[in-house]
Ligand binder design. Structure first.
Ligand code: SAH
Ligand code: SF4
Ligand code: F3S
Length: 455
């Protein structure tokens, strides 16, 4: 990947100026990773492989125990590398850094910098000082409302055609299983003016597709004076010249206002794709989760969305094995998936997170039961997704090509307006272009297409 940057080598400490960056977790972390990369390049640092790097930045996630274990074992590997050849130092940032970064720095001497997600603004300068600082630096988000953000437009992105923009920080919903409010702090909306400035800058430097991010995007503006709401922000970004596609994620069923549908309907730039996490099908479990809606209310919202946008693709998140989940509760989730027939379901086995209400509940479910339920629900969704995707065969659509397909020589992939992955023959020259295709084959996770000459 090449970036349009003049790279200047830091004067003075020339022994330490290469970084490598690894991103775990959700799209918010991708956005943070892209901004950190951009900021470090501005500081005169070079991006390198981890073998050559003086500092490895880990942008981390705490959503499930496994996510943290993986990073801890990677830090163990860097510790051994550092012992053998004196580098890399590790800068641990993001949600896991906020939760257990202090502990990690005690355990591993290679961890020289720890920063919570709300203090990223302090990270680039501190990274450039890692070589000189005596003791590790800590920037923890002790106050869940404090914010020292990194004010950098992420121009050096993993994918030059796609850009993320966080519009709300934190989350106030406190679902009983979820660690996010504890590691990302309170809900805070960015000013619309700032967001629009950033999205325009991204479009001007090559982003064709922008995704607006929030743990609950629909809550945008509810904490601001002046009446800006998510629907009006969406309309304003969609109107910016040069933007090909606009997406947003994640929608919370409790906050999803119908005026969002009006804006979507009137605006062909906004993609026909909504991620609307349901989490469970049983009303009792939904109550225990503190989700704020019943399965009936959820289904009613789905009906309204589909009535307003018949070509919409709907995806969801679902947890199996929440404390006290009976077979009957699990069947309710199973039934809901059959009834809605989502395009994609992001399933997860419940993972207890220390300090959350659900982790303290009695009747935690055995791992073997969680695994069996996960298998069963994944098998069901694979069948549903295959049927949903097969209905696309023969359809003529447009995709925005954005990278190589994971498998297959001479194959590239792109996404439709409804966020379907389509694989077609192609090359790097197609990246960033809108290509008319006809769908010829379908599997449960992707579609295959052939090119059409024009629409
Ligand atoms: N804000 C979004 C999602 C945030 S986290 C929402 O409200 O839905 C992304 C997903 O991780 C969640 O949708 C949930 O399905 C899953 N998740 C969160 N905490 C979890 C836990 N403790 N165990 C298993 N999955 C979890
Ligand atoms: Fe977590 Fe719930 Fe907030 Fe989503 S809405 S981030 S699941 S607390
Ligand atoms: Fe993970 Fe934090 Fe995102 S916990 S899912 S990286 S908000």
């Amino acid at each position: 990947m090449t970036y349009n940057f003049k790279v200047k080598i830091l004067e003075g400490d020339s022994s330490l100026h290469r970084f490598s960056i690894r991103v775990f977790g959700c799209q918010m972390n991708s956005y943070d990773g892209d901004r950190l990369r951009t900021a470090l390049l501005h500081e005169g640092w070079l991006e390198a492989s981890e073998e050559e790097a003086d500092v490895v930045l880990l942008v981390t996630c705490s959503i499930r125990e496994k996510a943290e274990q993986k990073v801890a074992s990677e830090i163990g590997r860097y510790e051994a590398m550092r012992r053998a050849k004196g580098r890399p130092a590790v800068a641990l940032v993001g949600c896991m850094a906020q939760r257990i970064g202090v502990e990690m720095a005690k355990r591993f001497s290679c961890v020289r910098l720890v920063s919570g997600p709300r203090h990223l603004g302090l990270v680039p300068r501190a990274v450039t000082e890692i070589g000189t600082a005596g003791t590790p630096r800590f920037f923890m988000d002790d106050d869940p409302r404090a914010l020292t953000d990194l004010e950098v437009v992420p121009t050096a992105r993993t994918n030059p055609f796609k850009a993320y923009v966080t519009i709300t920080y934190g989350c106030d919903r406190f679902c009983s299983y979820c660690i996010v409010p504890y590691v990302r702090g309170r809900l805070q909306s960015r000013s619309a003016k700032e967001i629009l400035k950033e999205t325009q800058a991204l479009i001007d430097c090559g982003a064709r597709e922008i995704t607006l991010l929030g743990q609950n995007v629909d809550a945008y503006g509810k904490d601001l004076e002046g009446g800006v709401r998510f629907a009006s922000l969406l309309a304003d970004v969609a109107a910016q010249p040069g933007l090909e596609r606009l997406r947003f994620v994640t929608s919370h069923p409790k906050d999803f206002d119908e005026d969002i549908l009006d804006v979507m309907r009137g605006n062909p730039v906004i993609c026909r794709a909504i991620n609307l996490p349901v989490q469970a099908g049983s009303d009792r479990i939904l109550r225990e989760m503190n989700r704020g809606y019943s399965s009936g209310e959820y289904l009613e919202l789905v009906r309204k969305i589909r009535a307003a946008l018949p070509d919409v693709s709907l995806t969801t998140d679902l947890i199996v094995g929440f404390p006290g989940e009976t077979d009957e509760d699990f069947r309710a989730s199973y039934k809901l998936l059959e009834e809605v027939a989502f395009d994609i379901v992001h399933t997860a086995a419940y993972s207890p997170r220390e300090g959350t209400r659900a982790a303290m509940m009695d009747c935690q479910i055995e791992n073997s039961v969680k695994a069996a339920r996960l298998n069963e629900i994944n098998a069901l969704q694979a069948r549903i997704a295959r049927a949903v995707n097969e209905a696309y065969i023969g359809r003529e659509l447009e995709i925005l090509a954005d990278g190589y397909a994971p498998r297959g020589e001479g194959k590239i992939q792109g996404r439709t307006m409804s966020d379907k992955v389509v694989i077609i023959p192609g090359s790097q020259e197609d990246f960033g272009k809108v290509i008319p295709v006809r769908i010829v084959r379908a599997s449960h996770w992707s579609l295959e297409g052939e090119r059409r000459s024009s629409l």
